[in-house]
Design a protein around this ligand. Structure first.
Ligand code: HH2
Length: 280
């Protein structure tokens, strides 16, 4: 999943693709670099980011969706939004996937927009909201809490008419997580797979990589590649990244090695309130 942020304030590419022309050019580059899906976002979720209205968000996204539709863009498009109204308009304009970083906590009606459409629905875990999420990153049982919240998001989607097969789950790397917490979530993907849905991870250029290697945001490609390859090996199947070329090349090799090896055992579904099982 290649990232296209049409925002003035995204943490790594804010302001670069605000003009529709620059955004469209970037979309084609991501497709050429090997993305399977394009994720278009009109609101930054970086720590401390101020929310924008649905109209403002749509005004940023719409020209991009329109431009891509008019140009026979070859990839399905995902729209990164927490707002039901933006989601509805995006689906009308042909978006194939909704990516909700609030996991339906912001506007649960977003799920109703996806219901019956066959659209994909990415539900991510975030503690609090972008303004507050880094204030408290301590958990008694990080993986258990994230898994339980993702299960609630999945149940919410199904309760509002979505088919479980529409849903992909995401632990929300860096969203209300310490650097160590982000590493742990990547290492323990099998425990999230126990919920029975594919797992997406979004480690791209994030601050846990900067903390590990003391590198600025534009020098975290190798760290992003390492995070994606390890997550693939642990069972993640979707990867939201800025640096598509590097990640695609690495994942193609890693996937070939994975397929050449013996099958891995399926994770066991843990009971709702029970202790986490599997890797401790
Ligand atoms: N991360 C960001 C935004 N959307 N969606 C999913 N499903 N998973 C993620 O990890 C994720 C996401 C944050 O990254 P970015 O879009 O580069 O920055 P910003 O939120 O500042 O626009």
């Amino acid at each position: 999943m290649g990232i296209l942020n049409v925002t003035p304030d995204s943490f790594s590419d804010g302001g670069r693709f605000l003009e529709a022309e620059a955004a469209l050019e970037r979309a084609w580059i991501l497709a050429e670099e090997g993305a399977d899906l394009l994720d278009v976002g009109g609101e930054s979720t970086r720590p401390g980011a101020e929310p924008v209205s649905a109209d403002e968000e749509w005004a940023r996204i719409e020209p991009v969706l329109e431009g891509l539709a008019g140009a026979d863009f070859p990839l399905p498009i995902s729209v990164d939004t927490t707002k039901a109204e933006v989601a509805r308009r995006a689906l009308e304009r042909g978006a194939a996937v909704l990516n909700d970083v609030s996991g339906l906590r912001s506007e649960p009606e977003l799920a109703a927009a996806a219901a019956g459409t066959g659209a994909g629905l990415v539900l991510m875990h975030m503690r609090g909201d972008p303004r507050t999420m880094q204030e408290d990153t301590a958990y008694d049982d990080l993986v258990g809490e994230v898994r339980s919240a993702l299960r609630t998001s999945l149940e919410e989607a199904v309760g509002r008419g979505c088919d479980p097969s529409q849903v992909v789950l995401d632990p929300g790397i860096g969203f209300g997580k310490s650097a160590q917490g982000s590493l742990e979530l990547l290492a323990r993907v099998p425990e999230l797979l126990a919920l029975g849905r594919p797992v997406l991870v979004g480690p791209s250029r994030k601050s846990f990589l900067g903390k590990l290697s003391n590198l600025p945001v534009d020098e975290r490609v190798e760290g992003t590649v390492a995070a994606c390859v390890m997550a693939l090996e642990r069972g993640a199947r979707l990867f939201r990244v800025h640096d598509v070329r590097a990640v695609r090349r690495a994942l193609d090799v890693a996937e070939a090695i994975r397929r050449a090896g013996p099958p891995r055992p399926m994770p066991v579904v843990p009971p709702r309130s029970g202790a986490p099982r599997g890797r401790g």
